[in-house]
Each structure stands twice: as C-alpha cells, then as structure tokens.
Design a binder for this molecule. Structure first.
Ligand SMILES: Nc1ncnc2c1ncn2[C@@H]1O[C@H](COP(=O)(O)OP(=O)(O)OP(=O)(O)O)[C@@H](O)[C@H]1O
Ligand SMILES: [Mg+2]
Length: 426
C-alpha cells in the first residue's frame, strides 16, 4: 500500500471508530513507521494496543523482515534473558544447546515487547544496551553481537509511578518512548462504543450463524455510551458475544444490559494500573479481578456454546457443520507473524511458548464506521465460514479426516472434496 491514509488503515485492520484520539494514535503509527525510532504504546488494559506495532511493522521498510511479538509478563524471570538475548551452550544448567534469542532472530525486523513494564531490572539493563548500541550479549558469553531490530513496546502500567517505586529504569523509559502513542480508553471515545457494539454483533452473528445480529434500542445506545467500560474493548466484545448468544434476535434494552452489569454511568474505571512487581499481590488487585471476571465470562460463554452445540446436533445431523467456537482467551508469550497463509494459525512446538504464524489482516469490509449499514454477500461469507470450520476441525483432530468429518457432521468424502475445493493445506 503506497502512502495509506488513516481510512485505509482502519479498513485493512478492521479498526472501528471515529474518535479523534484514536485517529491521532493511528496517524502517529503511520508517520513513525518510516523511521527506526522506538515507540512506546500506553493505554489501559483492553484498549487495543496490540494492533499498533503490527501497523508500524507492516508500513515500515522492515515489512519483509520478521515481526516477533513477545509478552514480557508471561516469560519466567529465570529464563527471560536467555529467551530474549540467547545463550551459549552450557551457560547454565539445562542449557544443552546454544540459543539465538529473539533479538538475534528479529535482525532486520521488528520486535514487539508487550507488557514491557513487567521486565525484571536485569533485563531492563540489557535492553537499554541494545537500544543504545545495537549490541547485545548472550547469556554466558562476553562477545557483543550486532543486531538491527526496531523496538515497539506496550504497557498498561503507569511507568512514571513504576520509576518512582524503583521498578523501572528511568533511562530505559526515555529511550523507549522516543515516540509515545496513547491509546484512549473506550469511555472517552463517545459513539465509538456503539459502533464497536454493532460490529461485534455482526461478527458474532456470522460466526455462530445467528440469523439477525442483536440491536440496541435508542436508550440502550445511551447506556453503552455512558457506561465506563473498565475492561475497554475486550470487555465490550465479551458482553456482545454473551448477549448475542443468550438474547438472540432480541432488541437490546437498558433492562437487558443491566442483567449483564452494564448500567449508565457505572463501571469503575481504573486507568493505568500501578506496577507492583512480578507476581506480588498488592496493587494487582484490580487487574487480577478483571482477569478473573474475563475468564469467568469466557468459561460461561464456552459452556453456553457447548450446550447450544449439543441441542443443534440433536436436531440436524448430516445437514450442517456444527457451531464452532474460536478460543482467543489464551495469549501465548511469543507470536511470530509472517505474510503467508490466510487466517490459519500454525502451531509449532517450542519448549515453553508457542509460536503462532498468522497472516496480516487482509482487506475485507471497508466501512465499519457504519457497520450496521454494510451489505454482506451472504454466499461468500457462508463459504468463508465453512472453510474456517473445516480448518478448525482439521486442527482440532490433528488432520485426521475421519474424525474431522464426524466433528463437522459431513461424510469423509464430502470433506475430501471440500478440502480440495477450498485449497486447504493440511
Ligand atoms: N478496533 C478494534 N476493532 C475490533 N476489535 C478490537 C479493536 N481494538 C481491539 N479489539 C479487540 O479488543 C481486544 C483487546 O485488544 P488488545 O489485546 O489489543 O488490548 P490491549 O490494549 O493489548 O490490552 P492489555 O493491556 O490487557 O494487553 C482484542 O480481542 C482485540 O481483538
Ligand atoms: Mg495486550
């Protein structure tokens, strides 16, 4: 894409919203993509920070290089230096082979350090060195190695308060945030919450073959716009999925929203959380509660879908593919993205973390700003849904066609034909 506009970016990455602060964030991402400057993305949990580094990488001269996303908070303190910077053979007990490390692997590409506020102090010192000199040293080595990596970091913790508490290096902070991108909380984005609601309602209806997406009545729109959304877009998405499955075909009123805890003006917000150290209790309270709440909601949704699946199976055996749920609740520590296969996560084994390869989002719908007015080519979407269901079934059954056919409720022969028709690689 030559000099894409903000509208192009929104369409390509399915970003919904008209809010000025959101547009400023996207514009900064576009401007900074051409440079090699480090970027720090700040924003509360669930605001959608993770799309920004992807945009920066794709629009940069490094786009043909590797894009590796690392969740710093989920790598154990004992191995994080070796994972990031590599190690020499025998550098510590259990280091049987040498390891390149992500800084070496991402040479010529982009490294996204998610939850950078969780990095231990020793790792912060190593990171500062790479940022200052372009050199790093493997664990157990004294040989500096060169790497040409562009760093984009993200955090939902308040780094200045972490600096005051002695948990984050001030010099690293200034190095990282040469460019600072602030993602606004949903409660400050006005009508965007309603637009996002509509998009998620459409997506969920498509995914679970619900004939009519749920709709908000005028009063309910006001509730959605004035609720504080402490879990931001992640929470909104979750609620819409719950509502779509439980209240299908129904117009959503304030009374229904209230049953799901969504009440005008309410929803305690907790801005950027204060850092409290890896694994310690104090200060993590809000964050942990939010995670617990989200996990509960995900589990409940799964149960509901499983129940629906059972009912569905009883009524129609050979005719349709069953409902499928895509589980996005698990975030691997490391994700590597290439520009290869469309939407088919390929898992390869790594000792502790999973490397997932996915494509960049392709252009699909172009006008989410008026999501509810978009007309959909049903035939295409049904095909796409069927293709995805088949891929999922094959993944779940480790490419055993008989089992996949059973899961899909079709004959093995039909599955074989569809695999060929859709050009699905097993
Ligand atoms: N503009 C958008 N359109 C559609 N979905 C979005 C958008 N922005 C975010 N989401 C969805 O919202 C959820 C939260 O986004 P994301 O994971 O980027 O949050 P985050 O800011 O990284 O939060 P955390 O700090 O907790 O990691 C994801 O499921 C993502 O797909
Ligand atoms: Mg995140």
């Amino acid at each position: 894409m030559n000099n894409p506009t903000i509208q192009d970016i929104k369409a390509r990455y399915h970003i919904v919203g008209r809010d000025e602060k959101l547009e400023r964030a996207l514009d900064t991402a576009l401007q900074v993509a051409r440079t090699d400057l480090s970027v720090l993305i700040q924003g509360e949990s669930g605001v959608g920070k993770e799309i920004i580094p992807r945009i920066i990488h794709d629009q940069s001269p490094r786009k043909r290089g590797r894009y590796i996303a690392i969740n710093c908070g989920s790598i154990p303190e004992g191995t994080i230096d070796s994972e990031l910077f590599g190690h020499e053979r025998g550098s510590y007990t259990g280091a049987i082979d040498e390891r390149e490390g992500y800084f070496g692997a991402a040479d010529g590409g982009t490294l996204f350090l998610d939850e950078v506020g969780e990095l231990p102090m020793t790792t912060q010192a190593r990171l500062l060195r790479v940022l200052e000199t372009g050199e790093y040293i493997r664990v157990g080595s004294d040989q500096p190695r060169k790497t040409d990596v562009r760093i984009v970091a993200a955090t939902n913790v308040d780094i200045p308060s972490a600096i005051r508490e002695g948990r984050f290096r001030e010099d690293l902070y200034y190095r990282l945030c040469t460019i600072n991108i602030k993602m606004p909380p949903l409660r400050e984005r006005g009508i965007d919450s309603v637009l996002l609601f509509k998009m998620f309602a459409m997506d969920t209806a498509q995914q679970y073959r619900i004939p009519e997406p749920i709709r908000l009545n005028a009063e309910a729109e006001q509730v959605v716009m004035t609720y504080k959304w402490p879990g931001n877009i992640r929470q909104l998405k979750n609620i819409v999925q719950n509502l779509s499955i439980m209240e299908r075909g129904v117009q959503i009123t304030p009374a229904i929203l209230e049953r799901y805890g969504i009440v005008a003006g309410q929803g305690e917000s907790h801005s950027l959380r204060r850092i409290s150290g890896r694994g310690s209790e104090g200060g993590m309270h809000d964050y942990e509660n939010e995670i617990k709440w989200l996990m509960g909601a995900v589990l409940q949704l799964r149960k509901e879908v499983e129940a629906l699946k059972a009912t569905y199976h009883m009524g129609s055996h050979e005719r349709h593919a069953p409902l499928q749920i895509e589980d996005h609740s698990y975030q691997p520590a490391v994700q590597e993205y290439t520009q290869s296969e469309p939407d088919t996560p390929v898992e390869t084994t790594e000792p502790q973390h999973i490397v997932i390869q996915t494509s960049t989002p392709g252009p699909q719908r172009t006008d989410y700003d008026d999501a509810y007015e978009v007309t959909i080519d049903d035939s295409l979407n049904l095909e796409e849904m069927e293709r995805r269901n088949i891929i999922l079934a094959l993944q779940k059954t480790h490419n055993r066609r008989k089992a996949a056919a059973q899961l899909l409720g079709i004959s093995e022969r039909t599955l074989f034909r569809k695999i060929k028709d859709y050009g699905i690689e097993e």
